[in-house]
Ligand binder design. Structure first.
Ligand code: SUD
Ligand code: ADP
Length: 288
């Protein structure tokens, strides 16, 4: 079985509070984008979980999100056959693009089909949340408001935008580091932001003007490069440019392919990890 698992950007992210277990209550707009990893799932006769990954820096043991998803499902449904999962990485990790999260969502959906488990979305989301706060969104895909720690999902109208540039600086950001270093004074920084209504009114240009991310307040003081990339994008006509999630990727929403290509040609002289992408309405695609 072959699947594509797609990445996401956060068009909006604000923090509303903190739970006693250290997790943060967030309000975020998640958007699937057209950048994907390839996941191949094969059944094994012996009762083993084997993960192979093209990126040798990613662990293939229980720390791997795909391993976790398989283990949870095997135990829940008492399945004895084994699984070999090959991950062909393309989405950069620790980038704020939810690459690892969407890989595990692909495995949940893939095993649901392979083993005819007939799980509905809610049952898959319950498993997803045991792996990470971003995984429930990756089960659904498209345009969603996520609240709680990321698990309370509300479907929004599709946000459609064709000219998006992603730039991954050399540094990576660990999600837990960013949340740990957030100052509570920065909670509710964007309380009056109107992005949700604008999405549901299909006012795409106004949506683009309303993007915001509170987690920049942790990352920018440590890495001024984030602002340099944003400036180059904005000088080249991007309608807005912000960091996605806990970083380090910075994205820009451009009005047309010409301005996006101009920014691309300038930024590619400095950055090797640079991608042209667009929004999509799903996060997992099945092939065979
Ligand atoms: C910031 C966001 C925005 O979409 O995404 P990324 O930048 O990671 O893609 C998410 O909130 C990240 O979700 P995810 O990456 O799944 O987080 P998890 O693996 O569950 O958690 C990693 C660590 O981040 C912290 N964490 C995560 C989610 C949350 N609402 N509050 C937190 O404080 C916790 O310390 C946790 O141990
Ligand atoms: N299948 C996977 N793909 C990518 N990273 C993974 C995977 N499994 C575990 N990880 C670990 O998760 C962390 C990054 O996850 P990722 O989803 O790429 O981050 P982010 O959501 O911040 O972009 C890294 O520490 C990486 O080693």
């Amino acid at each position: 079985m072959k699947l594509y698992s797609y990445g996401k950007i956060n068009l909006f992210l604000d923090i509303e509070g903190k739970l006693e277990n250290g997790y943060h209550l967030i309000k975020t707009v998640m958007q699937s984008i057209d950048i994907h990893d390839e996941i191949i799932i094969k059944e094994l006769s012996n009762d083993e979980i084997i993960i192979e990954c093209s990126d040798k820096s990613i662990p293939t043991d229980i720390r791997n999100t795909c391993f976790k998803a398989t283990k949870i499902i095997k135990e829940k449904y008492n399945i004895r056959s084994g699984i070999l999962i090959s991950i062909n990485k393309n989405i950069p990790s620790e980038a704020g693009l939810a690459g690892g999260s969407s890989n595990s969502a692909a495995v949940i959906k893939g095993l649901n089909k392979l083993w005819s488990l007939n799980m509905n979305s809610n049952e898959m989301i319950e498993i997803a949340l045991q792996i990470g706060a971003d995984v429930p969104f990756c089960i659904m895909g498209g345009t969603y408001l996520a609240q709680g720690i990321g698990e309370k999902l509300t479907k929004l109208d599709d946000f459609i935008w064709d000219n998006i540039l992603l730039v991954k600086p050399e540094f990576s950001m660990s999600t837990s580091f960013v949340y740990k270093n957030l100052n509570s004074l920065d909670y509710n920084s964007y309380k009056s932001n109107n992005i949700l209504n604008l999405i549901n009114q299909n006012k795409y240009n106004d949506v683009a003007l309303s993007t915001a991310n509170t987690l920049e307040k942790v990352v920018v003081p440590l890495h001024s490069e984030v602002n340099s990339i944003k400036s180059i994008m904005l000088e080249n006509s991007a309608i807005s440019s912000i960091m996605t999630g806990s970083g380090s990727v910075v994205f820009g929403l451009f009005p047309d392919s010409k301005s996006m290509n101009n920014a691309y040609n300038i930024l590619k002289n400095t950055y090797t990890h640079i991608y042209k992408t667009k929004t999509i309405k799903y996060s997992i695609d099945f092939f065979d």
